[in-house]
Design a protein around this ligand. Sequence first.
Ligand SMILES: C[S@@+](CC[C@H](N)C(=O)[O-])C[C@H]1O[C@@H](n2cnc3c(N)ncnc32)[C@H](O)[C@@H]1O
Length: 281
Amino acid sequence: MAAINDSDAERYQKWYDPDLEEVNPQIRHLLETYSNIRPADVVSHVNKIRARGFAANPYPCIGNYRFLNLTLLTHPLYKSIISKLQSNSFAIYLDLGCCFGQDLRQLVLDGVPSSQLVGLDIEGPLMDLGYELFRDRGTVESKFVVVDIFQGEAQGEPWTELVAKGADVVHCSAFFHLFPLALQVDAAKVISRVVRKGGIIVGRQSGSVKPAEVPAIKAGTTSFRHDLNTLAEMWENVGMETGTKWKVDGSLDEVGLQTKIKNAVEDENSRRLLFTITRVE
Ligand SMILES: C[S@@+](CC[C@H](N)C(=O)[O-])C[C@H]1O[C@@H](n2cnc3c(N)ncnc32)[C@H](O)[C@@H]1O
């Protein structure tokens, strides 16, 4: 992210919550069992990593601890994603915008070979902090690769290598909603080239009952919040422009939005958008 000026720094503090005194049971379980962190040390460990992550990249999902919500775990296809990956050792899962790689680690805990899982993010320092959060630098076999999705094939390897192999599951949570609609289309076109026929793109992001461009994290920029209709329209256009075809399923709900009234990022139209986008052609 570009240099942070004083007014940006003040804005970012709006979504920097006070240190936590407890974490949710799912992430506690992951940190205690996968990472072998002593129960008494879990909260202070998380608080320290959150502070360092926010200094590297002041995203709301880091400042407000949303990265502790293992959302892939709540996706209706979670169990079938595990089976898909376990039943075929060539099946590949990409976690685009993986941040610390929390959902990827949950898959490993749930029995998916880590060598089939790849974390992708534009911010190498966040993926690096993921090794510290989960204390698995020497054990996890997943690759964590710095990519800028907007560069697509122009960035050469390893992106071109990923496209050549293809992916069966692409997890993209809290990712598309960072960008205005035109850039979401650009990103979707790049992603469309990596997903194998029959493959899926799954995730959750900020949605809205009134789809529109809204002010984004960086002052003066916008990001588009979808409902299911605008999401389906976007993928229909992506399909037409790329010679592919997609089926969009999902739901808008209020999970995780209880604090929306005092939240600096959401408004009364905000909803959680949970989606599955299947490549049918
Ligand atoms: C809001 S965070 C979401 C992290 C995680 N998926 C989650 O649900 O908690 C968005 C992530 O996308 C990454 N990102 C932003 N722009 C990107 C780009 N152009 N290419 C790849 N990753 C990008 C950010 O660095 C950040 O880690």
